[in-house]
Design a protein around this ligand. Structure first.
Ligand code: CU
Length: 153
């Protein structure tokens, strides 16, 4: 396919589809969460509407070095067992504490960041109402309280 045609195809067909899905709920809402050396999230409850497009921005604001203190934001499907997921994550250092065998449980996740860094993920909120658990999967952080829930209502 000639490049020019491909560009025209993108603007004529694909771009309206992309913007239509984002337009359904207006501009994407941003939820900013900070994670501290106390291993907790600043936001533990996020209320959202079914199908809303959300951006979660995670900031790591502590001072401890990355090897000892890093954070991510991992949103799981409703009914996922967070304890099982967290235990598997602790054994998954090679994949930044995302357990490869359980990726089907994940709705959205950010990269793993050290203090002074930020990361974000944009995702579509599930259409089914209910509570969806999120956590930081760096070892020990879930147990220390780095967790919360997305409340879809
Ligand atoms: Cu953490």
């Amino acid at each position: 396919m000639p490049t020019r045609f491909r560009v025209v195809l993108w603007f004529a067909v694909l771009l309206p589809l992309v913007s239509a899905s984002a337009r359904a709920f207006g501009p994407t809402r941003t939820i900013t969460i900070t994670a501290s050396d106390e291993m907790k999230f600043s936001v533990t409850d996020i209320a959202a509407r079914p199908g809303e497009v959300l951006r979660v921005r995670l900031l790591a604001i502590g001072t401890a070095p990355r090897a000892a203190m890093a954070h991510n934001f991992v949103l799981l499907k409703a009914g996922s067992n967070q304890i099982v997921f967290d235990e598997a994550a602790a054994r998954s250092a090679g994949t930044d504490y995302i357990p490869p065998a359980l990726t089907r449980e994940i709705i959205a996740s950010t990269s793993l960041i050290g203090n002074g860094e930020s990361t974000e993920v944009v995702f579509t909120v599930p259409s089914a109402r209910g509570n969806y658990p999120f956590l930081c999967t760096f070892p020990g952080h879930f147990a220390a309280g780095a967790r919360g829930r997305l409340i879809v209502q």
